[in-house]
Design a protein around this ligand. Structure first.
Ligand code: AMP
Ligand code: MG
Length: 396
């Protein structure tokens, strides 16, 4: 028996996953992607001292309430001429316009009045710097704007554009091929002959991959025939980065997945983990392609996704797993024999965790209501109600 532990399996998988190669994408394609480079600002932002108000710009210490200020110019936003003003002068200025050299202060138009071409303030002279955004006050030239690993949300995309950038290096999400195997599978939407079941795994896994940020997903249904399986695996390995099979990884007469994958040149990293559900899981590599053979039982396949595929996918994206780990008191006792790590579908309410009923690996009904998995270690023979257990909170 060459079963390995859950910890060992996780280590072996992440050990095989390389950070992806960065690619340059245009900003309009970059939303939700992960930055693969530090972004240093190529310029001061704002590039010039900028007015943040509609009003008048002048030099604060040159205002004489008796004489007012001589209005010399009108500067709308975008005005390209460099202007110099002297003591006792003011310019009409608008939000976003360059504050002229010689001026240090902007006063709101509502706080002024103009008489005979001269500007008078209706209140005290504001302190120098009022309503002026100094050049480089958002970011200085050469300063780090965003670090490697940053998720590009809409504000990030705007920040990049505001620095004049048009493209950035990001990690590209891997492409995935999901191969569901089993002669009993019928696609939803088709009539269901006696003895057959609808394929749900391809739907479950596609949804889980989509939530993890993967868009390039192909799906194929393959009968339990070695030749067809071999063809399907070989072709998927040529085109996709990640090949995920479900069904046929156990020891039944029609379980060809592990042997066939190896015949297609996949190097086995492990086959079987000391866990329930999902014991027969297979993991192998071919070059930098990853191959996962998940058990066909729907709850096993999804548990394996959260525990093994999700962290691998996130690493491929340059991120860490979105499955959050906490400890919480379990609200009912659970008995098991030592030997296998058990994953229990559960509801976590923010402080306590409740194991759900219907834990069997063919059932998705309780999984559909679960927001967490409880982990009971292989060496334990169970837990008592109230004991602290490890909880993996599922990403939504
Ligand atoms: P296997 O791992 O091939 O022995 O299949 C285990 C169980 O999972 C069987 O009851 C299969 O019918 C079921 N199963 C396998 N693949 C799927 C699938 N794609 N969707 C739903 N159930 C499946
Ligand atoms: Mg099968």
């Amino acid at each position: 028996m060459n079963f390995i532990s859950v910890q060992e399996a996780k280590f072996l998988i992440l050990n095989q996953v390389d950070h992806p190669k960065p690619v340059a994408v245009h900003l309009d394609q970059a939303t939700g992607k992960i930055l693969a480079e530090d972004i240093l600002s190529p310029l001061d932002l704002p590039p010039f001292p900028q007015s943040s108000m509609d009003g008048y710009a002048f030099r604060a210490d040159s205002y004489d309430p008796g004489k007012g200020l001589l209005i010399t110019e009108v500067i709308p936003a975008g005005q390209g001429r460099e202007i110099l003003i002297g003591k006792g002068e003011a310019v009409r200025i608008f939000t976003g316009a360059a504050v002229p050299q010689g001026a240090d202060t902007v006063i709101m138009q509502e706080k002024t009045e103009v008489r005979d071409g001269r500007l008078y303030l209706k209140e005290e002279v504001p302190p120098p710097g009022t309503h002026v955004r100094p050049a480089g006050s958002e970011i200085r030239k050469g300063e780090q704007a965003l670090p490697t690993g940053h998720l590009l949300n809409p504000a990030s995309i705007g920040l990049l554009a505001s620095m004049g950038l048009t493209s950035v290096a990001v990690h590209t999400p891997p492409s995935v091929h999901i191969l569901v195997t089993g002669d009993e599978l019928t696609s939803p939407g088709e009539p269901l002959p006696y003895g057959r079941v609808f394929d749900s795994n391809s739907f479950t896994l596609r949804a889980a991959f989509q939530l993890a940020g993967i868009e390039d997903i192909r799906i194929s249904q393959v009968p339990d025939r070695e030749d067809l399986l071999s063809e399907a695996i070989s072709s998927a390995l040529e085109k996709q980065d990640l090949v995920v099979l479900t069904g046929g990884v156990s020891v039944g007469d029609f379980d060809f997945v592990a042997a066939t994958a190896m015949r297609c040149g996949v190097e086995k990293v492990f086959h079987k983990i000391k866990q329930k559900p999902g014991k027969p899981i297979f993991f192998g590599i071919k070059g930098n392609k990853l191959v996962f053979g998940l058990p066909g039982n729907p709850a096993s396949a999804l548990t394996c996704f959260y525990e093994y595929l999700e962290p691998a996918v996130q690493k491929l994206l340059g991120k860490s797993s979105a499955v959050r780990k906490v400890n919480a008191p379990i609200q009912s006792s659970y008995k098991k024999a030592p030997g296998l790590t058990h994953f229990l579908k559960a509801w976590y309410d923010g402080s306590r965790v409740f194991p759900l009923d219907a834990q069997e690996s063919f059932r998705l009904r309780s999984f559909a209501r679960a927001n967490a998995l409880i982990v009971i270690d292989e060496k334990d023979d169970g837990v008592q109600a109230g004991e602290q257990v490890e909880v993996h909170i599922l990403p939504v």
